[in-house]
Design a protein around this ligand. Structure first.
Ligand code: NAD
Ligand code: WQD
Length: 339
């Protein structure tokens, strides 16, 4: 079973590639290294004992993608490749629409032309905006996305709904909440380019002394400690959900499938709870200061992931502290690597 994994050297993609190989799938990665590094391929091989086939090119180069489909009998795709920096998407919206949508459409064209089904799309809890009620299940109404990045996820979902219906394809949309953590071997993890925007990479770099202090964006939210609440899901748990979703699609007797799953823990944690959990898990201090709210941030988002448990037999297994330990081990690995 050859599975195309676009963006397979990225953060979530690389962890998923490991789980796919562990489940005996043959993996073909296309990644242009725009937000990842080649050594991740060596590390995947070190973990699994198998080196996936790797093509380093930009998915917008349709002619190169066609050659990959000519060369392999591809039976499914997990599509991670996208630009994902929310702030940058507001100043460079065209980059986001172009990269995230053209890359997606190019793969879908190959699927249509070659009569391939089984497509999994990386969507995001961002499609819900600030939902009126918690927890968020798959029937929670979508609100207009706050960022151009978020809009590319909503548009991607719409494209895939039409694609599935019009061409009788099996498609799964996975809406991730906030992925965190690293591989237990400390050989894979998140590689934030420049100054991190996301909470856990910033906390980690602050603990490592790379950043002086964490800015906690707002302590006047209507939550218990005043800081905003999210659902932090361990990346290896998240990776396993992809394998479960892929198996379900491949074993389906239906020609046309459009499944949607929230992937989260079902538990919300505040910014200060994350800071405390990191300090406790790793025994290192995380200096912070309270700052005004960050524009565009919502107060609270956590998942109801019961549908994934019911239909995929998947649920999050790792605690926040355990996940934050792996992040710290990864940070130490990166430090050793750079010395
Ligand atoms: P990432 O940046 O680590 O991985 C994406 C990978 O895709 C990178 O390796 C990058 O080099 C590659 N890529 C980007 N554009 C490409 C192109 N045109 N051609 C070939 N390769 C390309 O990001 P991630 O955190 O692993 O996220 C994976 C997916 O999950 C993305 O679609 C992202 O939007 C989505 N997502 C991420 C989060 C999160 O917080 N990390 C949350 C929800 C959804
Ligand atoms: C979490 C909380 C911040 C950094 C983003 C994307 C979303 C999805 C997940 C892809 C918030 C606070 C953060 C810092 C802080 N990604 N914070 N100081 O905003 O929930 O979602 O990632 O699809 O689309 O928008 O995640 O990690 O940026 O922030 O206080 O230095 O931590 O205000 O409350 P977010 P995040």
């Amino acid at each position: 079973m050859s599975i195309l994994v676009t963006g397979g050297l990225g953060y979530i993609g690389s962890h998923t590639v490991v789980e796919l190989i562990n489940n005996n799938f043959d993996v073909i990665i296309v990644d242009d290294l725009s937000n990842s590094e080649k050594f991740i391929l060596d590390n995947i091989e070190e973990i699994t004992g198998k080196r996936p086939i790797f093509y380093p090119f930009d998915l917008r180069r349709k002619e190169l993608l066609t050659q990959v489909f000519d060369a392999h009998h591809i039976e499914g795709c997990i599509n991670f490749a996208a630009s994902k920096a929310v702030g940058e998407s507001m100043t460079e919206p065209l980059k986001y629409y172009e990269n995230n949508l053209f890359s997606l459409i190019n793969v879908l064209q190959e699927f249509r032309e070659r009569n391939i089904s089984n497509f999994i799309f990386s969507s995001s809890c961002t499609v819900y905006g600030q939902a009126d009620e918690m927890p968020i299940d798959e029937n929670t109404p979508l609100k207009e996305a706050e960022s151009s990045y978020g809009k590319t996820k909503q548009m991607g979902e719409d494209i895939l709904k039409d694609f599935s219906r019009a061409y009788q394809k099996r498609v799964t949309l996975l809406r991730y909440f906030n992925p965190i953590g690293a591989h237990p071997t400390a050989l894979l993890g998140e590689l934030p380019a420049g100054i991190p925007n996301n909470l856990v990479p910033y906390v980690t770099q602050t603990a490592a002394g790379i950043r002086e202090k964490l800015s906690v964006w707002g302590d006047d939210y209507p939550t218990e400690d005043g800081t905003a609440i999210r659902d932090y899901i361990y990346v290896v748990d998240l990776a396993k959900a992809h394998v479960a979703a892929l198996k379900k699609l491949m074993h389906s007797n239906e020609e046309t499938v459009l499944d949607i799953y929230n992937l989260g823990t079902g538990k919300g944690s505040s910014v200060l709870e994350v800071v405390k959990a990191f300090e406790l898990a790793n025994g290192v201090p995380v200096p912070y200061q309270i700052c005004p709210r960050r524009e565009g941030d919502i107060t609270v988002a956590y998942a109801n992931a019961d549908k994934a448990e019911r239909e995929l037999g998947w649920k999050s297994e790792t605690t926040l502290e355990e996940a934050l330990k792996t992040t710290w081990e990864w940070q130490k690995y990166l430090k050793d690597r750079n010395n």
